[in-house]
Structures are given as structure tokens and as C-alpha cells.
Ligand binder design. Structure first.
Ligand code: PLP
Ligand code: COI
Length: 338
């Protein structure tokens, strides 16, 4: 098998095996291995009708030393638990989550992109309500599964500034809705605005707070950060997904001597940022070049020379050095999979 590792892009690619586990009669069963990419489920499964499903996104990285590293899986397990609690799915215990991701990675070792290609193995844990209901209520049966695929950068630009568009005619999540958990409904709600942003030539949409449309929420499937006056600024909001990448970048920023502020970020403050980026597992850091507000016809030109800013570049490098094992794991974020 020879893949063009350097030009993978971010898309579905089949691998050899996936793992799954069923929840029936109030308990989880044994982990099963499958090489089918199909799932046989009941036509009245709650995931199909009422969106009772949650997922995660994480990555495994091949180091120069030939070791495979998984980044902060405990945080993904914790977030999947909070997603499950939020929409009444059966909770996946940490040890089952861990066993499933490690097994899925081990079984598909040959798909972990080689060191130096910039690619990684994307891990997709998925939790579905499979029991049949037609009234709106939680299922009694669930399936938890994990599949993986080699991926390249989420934004085709890679580590180059993207242009993004402020979205004012759609909200991705309600003020007290499900924006803070990783459930499929949020992504369905974002599709129309993302398609519009792409059709207009932008990398993604920048969502504002749904109540007042005054503050920045997040950037498509990634959190937003801005940097000014030696300070890393990122929005505090009840309707954004708590990003593990963002949390890690905050630690790295502090470690680099930057101040970190997590607070409401008014749209007008975009004019003050020296650098900005979209961050997430898939996006890593995607530097933001300019942000356009179509309603007020404002262009916030963040990158003046078309290049990523120096602090974003340093943060990016520090993060991927830890993930690929090129720098010591001083925060204890890595687990090696043998
Ligand atoms: N925000 C949204 C809406 C996302 O889908 C993701 C991706 O998981 C993120 C932010 C980034 O989160 P993380 O860094 O944990 O991948
Ligand atoms: C991620 O960054 O892992 C995501 O889940 C984003 C996206 C592909 C939904």
C-alpha cells in the first residue's frame, strides 16, 4: 500500500479495521473488531430520527523514533462523557474509550502516516443511540465505535493564512443549546453557512454569539484565538465547543511568557489583533489572514504580509513538536501506543 502521504488532504479513507461495542440491557458488552464500513441498525434508531449521537476527533502521530503517539485522549473521553450526558446517551467509561482507540490504532498501524510527511492518523470515536423509539426519548441501546484514517491538513492552505467570513444570517448553536458538546446536530446546523462561506471563496465561517451578535464564538469546526500586546485572547462562551487544542495552546502560550485571556471578544476587537488563528484537532492552527464582515462591509486584515505571525508560528511548532515527539512531553499529554 503506497499512499501519497504528503497530499492526503482531510477526507474519508478506508482502513482495514474498526472496533465497536454494544450497550444493551443497561451494560456495555465486549469490544468487537470488524472490517466492514457499514453498520446494520434499526430503521427507528434514535440517532437517525432525533440526532441522538455524539462523536470525537483526535489524532495519532508517528515519531522519528518509529513510536506512535496519541494526544490527550483523556480529554476526549471526558468531552464525550459530557456530550453523552447532554443528550442522554449511555456514557462510555474511560477504560472502554481507551481500549477502543488503542485497538483501532494498533490494528491499522500501517495507515499511520510516516514521520516528516505532516500527516497523521485521524481517530473518530462515534456514539449512537441505536435502540428503536418513535416518541422523542433516549434509546435503550447504543453502539460505540472507533474508526481511523490517515489525513493531511483540514484547510487546503495548510499552515498558511485563510480568509474567513463572519456569519450573521445563521447560528450554529443557541445560547443555552448544545454548542458546548460534540453532537451531530450542531454540525448539521452549520452546513448551510459553511457552504455559503465556501461558495463565496472563504475557508470557513466565523460564528458570533447567537443572543446579541456582538461577540465572537468560534470558527467553523475550530476555536478562535487572537494575539495582541503579548496576550493570547480566546472567547469565553457557553455555546462553543471547549477545544482541547485551544486549551493546550493556552498552556503553551503561558509557557512562552504570553498572558492568556479567556473572555468575551467583541467583533470590533478584530481590528486590534496582530495575529489570529482557528485551532482544533483537524485544523491544528490555521492562521487567519483576513476576516470579512459582509453585513458592515468591513475587512479586518490581520496578516499584513500574507504570512502567519511569529507567535502563531511558534505556538504551532511547539504543539506539533510535542505531538510528533520532537520535543519533551513536559505537560504529560502523550501516550505511546506500542
Ligand atoms: N470547535 C468545533 C465546533 C469543533 O468541531 C472542533 C473539533 O473538534 C473544535 C472546536 C476543536 O476542538 P479540539 O481542539 O478538541 O479538536
Ligand atoms: C476535529 O477537529 O477533530 C473535528 O472534529 C473537526 C471536524 C472534522 C468536525
Amino acid at each position: 500500500m503506497e499512499l501519497d502521504w504528503k497530499n492526503l488532504g482531510f477526507g474519508f479513507r478506508p482502513t482495514d479495521y474498526n472496533v465497536k461495542c454494544y450497550y444493551r440491557d443497561g451494560k456495555w458488552g465486549e469490544l468487537e473488531v470488524s472490517s466492514s464500513q457499514y453498520l446494520n441498525i434499526h430503521i427507528s434508531a434514535t440517532c437517525l430520527h432525533y440526532g441522538q449521537e455524539a462523536f470525537e476527533g483526535m489524532k495519532a502521530y508517528m515519531g522519528k523514533d518509529g513510536k506512535i503517539r496519541i494526544f490527550r485522549w483523556q480529554e476526549n473521553a471526558k468531552r464525550m462523557k459530557s456530550s453523552a450526558e447532554g443528550i442522554k446517551l449511555a456514557v462510555v467509561p474511560d477504560d472502554l474509550f481507551h481500549e477502543a482507540i488503542v485497538k483501532a490504532v494498533r490494528l491499522n498501524k500501517k495507515y499511520v502516516p510516516p514521520y516528516g510527511t505532516g500527516a497523521s492518523l485521524y481517530i473518530r470515536p462515534l456514539l449512537l443511540g441505536t435502540g428503536p423509539e418513535i416518541g422523542v426519548k433516549p434509546a435503550k441501546e447504543y453502539v460505540f465505535m472507533v474508526f481511523v484514517m490517515p489525513v493531511g491538513p483540514y484547510f487546503k492552505e495548510g499552515f498558511k493564512p485563510v480568509s474567513i467570513m463572519i456569519c450573521r444570517d445563521f447560528d450554529r448553536a443557541a445560547p443555552r443549546g448544545t454548542g458546548n458538546i460534540k453532537v451531530g446536530g450542531n454540525y448539521a446546523a452549520s452546513l448551510a453557512s459553511l457552504e455559503k462561506a465556501h461558495a463565496d471563496g472563504y475557508g470557513t465561517a466565523l460564528y458570533l454569539d447567537a443572543r446579541e451578535k456582538k461577540y465572537i464564538d468560534e470558527a467553523g469546526p475550530a476555536n478562535f484565538f487572537g494575539i495582541k500586546d503579548n496576550t493570547y485572547v480566546t472567547p469565553e462562551s457557553r455555546s462553543i465547543l471547549p477545544s482541547i487544542t485551544n486549551k493546550s495552546l493556552q498552556d503553551l502560550a503561558r509557557d512562552m511568557g504570553l498572558k492568556v485571556e479567556k473572555r468575551k471578544v467583541p467583533v470590533e476587537e478584530l481590528a486590534e489583533f496582530e495575529e489570529a488563528g482557528a485551532c482544533g484537532t483537524a485544523a491544528v492552527i490555521s492562521p487567519i489572514g483576513k476576516i470579512v464582515d459582509p453585513e458592515t462591509n468591513t475587512i479586518y486584515q490581520i496578516s499584513k504580509d500574507g504570512n502567519p505571525g511569529p507567535l502563531s508560528t511558534k505556538l504551532y511548532q511547539r504543539l506539533i513538536d510535542i505531538q510528533y515527539g520532537d520535543a519533551p512531553d513536559k505537560f504529560g499529554w502523550i501516550e505511546i501506543v506500542d
